[in-house]
Design a protein around this ligand. Structure first.
Ligand SMILES: [Zn+2]
Ligand SMILES: [Zn+2]
Length: 348
């Protein structure tokens, strides 16, 4: 008796009889290889069906994403579902977007920043974030409603500040122009801040905290223009934003920037200002405390408030400041901490 000739299974390589291979299309009879054989057969069948439908015009290639779409649904797909369609920013309806201001476009096309910061441009339609740390939440949420962010924090050193670009609001962007800002660019040399008329309730010792923090703080200023990275789209925000960071005290910075120029930030962010456990000297959330007193004495009130805290505390629908309506509660997450943030809109 001659030994039957053998070959190997196309899937697993085991020696099999040619007879078996002829019967199975080249596979052994193990369950695993049988399943593979079935899958291949199904895929081929599917391919044939699709080819047929393309030939007949029932399926068409989407010119945007290159996927095959049912012809009757192609128009709808290209208007709504196509993954290559530019997606709107998720907060664009909460914070209506405005075009990138002309001054910012002009700055971004230059090779260096001007020797004097154009304060009025940078402050108009801006977001002011006192006691900011390096939290990028306002950039994540409101970039596009404002195109200029003004952060102030006396607890952030220059070294800490250099980590900024790692945070999620900033990371889809890269700084294309940046430089240090000198005090004389912000306020005239002889300008001094107005000391608060009163401190928070006695026993809290705000005056002492303020003096201590100010003696620790080495004031610095830094200004940069950020451009969106090529692969990112409107979903993270518009193409450009301006970012001014002042390592200084919040109230005097507000006075020197906004009050002195009779301007109002469009958005005010008060997120974990560090009153109780941090080293803030006054409660930013208290409508009778110095910060809000200064803000409410401006020509108008900020259009939006972002009021929040770190670590999942609840948000009150009653704004601590009169004249605002709660719109929604949201969360951001960065540096291993969740922020819960209430968004409030100025009453019309
Ligand atoms: Zn096999
Ligand atoms: Zn498509």
């Amino acid at each position: 008796m001659t030994e039957e000739s053998k070959t190997t299974c196309r899937a697993c390589g085991t020696a099999i009889l040619v007879r078996t291979a002829d019967a199975t299309g080249g596979y052994c009879r193990s369950g695993k290889c049988a399943a593979e054989r079935e899958a291949k057969k199904r895929a081929e069948c599917q391919r044939a069906i699709i080819e047929e439908r393309v030939k007949k015009g029932a399926l068409k290639l989407c010119p945007l994403c290159g996927n095959l779409i049912c012809s009757s649904r192609l128009a709808k797909h290209m208007e709504g579902k196509c993954e290559k369609l530019p997606r709107p920013h998720p907060y664009a309806t909460t914070f209506p977007h405005i075009p990138i201001p002309e001054w910012l476009v002009r700055l971004a096309s230059a090779t260096t920043l001007p020797p004097l910061i154009p304060l009025k441009d940078v402050l108009s339609d801006s977001c002011f974030y006192p006691s900011s740390g390096l939290d990028s939440s306002p950039v994540l949420l409101a970039n596009g409603c404002v195109h200029s962010f003004v952060y102030v924090d006396y607890g952030t050193s220059r070294d800490d500040f250099n980590r900024t670009m790692l945070f999620p609001g900033f990371s889809p962007y890269r700084p294309i122009l940046s430089r240090n800002v000198e005090r004389h660019e912000i306020v005239p040399d002889d300008w001094i801040p107005q000391p608060p008329r009163r401190f928070d309730n006695p026993g809290f010792d705000g005056r002492q905290r303020l003096m201590e923090a100010q003696s620790r703080c080495l004031p610095f200023g830094h200004w940069s223009i950020w451009q969106r990275r090529e692969k990112r789209d409107e979903r993270v925000g518009p193409r450009l934003f301006s970012f001014l960071f002042l390592g200084g005290e919040a109230l005097s910075s507000f006075q020197g920037l906004y009050s002195r120029n009779e301007m109002t930030p469009k958005i005010l962010a008060i997120i974990q200002p560090g009153h109780a456990c941090g080293d803030n000297w006054t409660n930013f959330n208290d409508p009778d405390a110095p910060l809000w007193e200064a803000i409410s004495h401006g020509a108008e009130l900020p259009e939006f408030l972002l009021i929040g805290s770190y670590g999942g505390r609840s948000i009150s629908v009653d704004c601590p400041f009169a004249g605002y309506t709660f719109i929604k509660k949201t969360w951001t997450y960065e540096d291993r901490t969740e922020r819960v943030i209430g968004i409030y809109n100025r009453n019309l």
